[in-house]
Design a protein around this ligand. Sequence first.
Ligand SMILES: Nc1ncnc2c1ncn2[C@@H]1O[C@H](COP(=O)(O)OP(=O)(O)OP(=O)(O)O)[C@@H](O)[C@H]1O
Ligand SMILES: [Mg+2]
Length: 364
Amino acid sequence: MSFENPFTPSFGEIPVHVAGREQVIAPIVRAFESTRRRPELTTLISGARGTGKTTLLTLLARKAESLGWIPVSATALPGMLEDLEIGTRRAARHLLPEEPSSHVTGVSVAPLGGISLERSDRELTNWRYRMADILDVLASAETGLLITIDEIDPTLDEMIQLAAVYRHFVREGRKVALLMAGLPHNVSSLMSNKTVSFLRRAQSVRLGPVGPYDVRNALLSTVLEGGREIDQDALDLAAQETGGFPFLIQLVGYRAWDIRPDEPTISLSDVEHGVELALAEMEERIFEATFRDLSEGDLRFLSAMLEDEGDSKMEDLVRRMDRSSSQVAQYRRRLIEAGVIGARRRGVVGFDLPHFREFLEARI
Ligand SMILES: Nc1ncnc2c1ncn2[C@@H]1O[C@H](COP(=O)(O)OP(=O)(O)OP(=O)(O)O)[C@@H](O)[C@H]1O
Ligand SMILES: [Mg+2]
């Protein structure tokens, strides 16, 4: 008998057990439940690739829905606003009156004799007021609208328009929520846009590594859920090798499971093999892209870090790099934003992206 693999190493797929993130999820859910407006209803989530941003948005949309909200989601791409409007109409179909039907406004004498259909009411309104009309209907059913935007793109005009309209809705006292997620540099550059300066007052959360205790729990619960068991030393190794990186939790679990899927228990050697496969994939899907995004200065900074066995002192890095300390501090900030390194004690940094050090050592 073969056991069905319960791990979810695909992007955006909600895992069977979400490791950690409780301190992000709980306050937002409380805000969905509350009868009064809470600031968590406007939240910006940032995190490096594979830290679970899309997963969180999906999960929170489901929670909202179960609490009676209408969720609508879009990716920050051209056409996003129309997407949101259509999505809202569909999701709220049961509450909305029949859409005004299209009617013939003119018969053209074009060569093919086409009939042009036009919705005359469209001309008198715009996105903001069409959405406001929908919100009026939702309000009469005491329903709120949750908008989630993934892959924030600060250069997209529609992002700015959405934020501005949303702000009007909040001011008008409407029941609306906006959760947005993106890579850290995109989130911070959106927040520094003057037209949407109110976003700076929104709640902002940064997804870092998940703690070791939560990783262990999630791995174990997922294995048990799938109907198998895992040896203690195997679980320890698996948890450790993930470094708390959400994508690796799924990938290591998935590969280790598939080594001998007919056996009732996952062994240490299954995990050892699984980790090897997982890291090869991690390299392809995360490290290569991360590496491509590094500037020359970033690389110089990381090379200087490789000289240390463990964490690095900033003062040592400044000396090794032969750059001003303010320049070095800038590289530090960029690399923290990219999720590659993290701050430790004061003046000390270390690698946050698990196994990236080994990858770099091979590369440089
Ligand atoms: N808290 C978590 N616990 C366990 N696994 C998780 C968790 N969050 C996400 N995952 C898993 O990690 C992988 C990556 O998640 P997700 O696609 O949400 O990341 P992302 O931050 O949106 O990445 P990207 O920036 O590339 O879009 C998925 O396989 C998902 O199942
Ligand atoms: Mg994503």
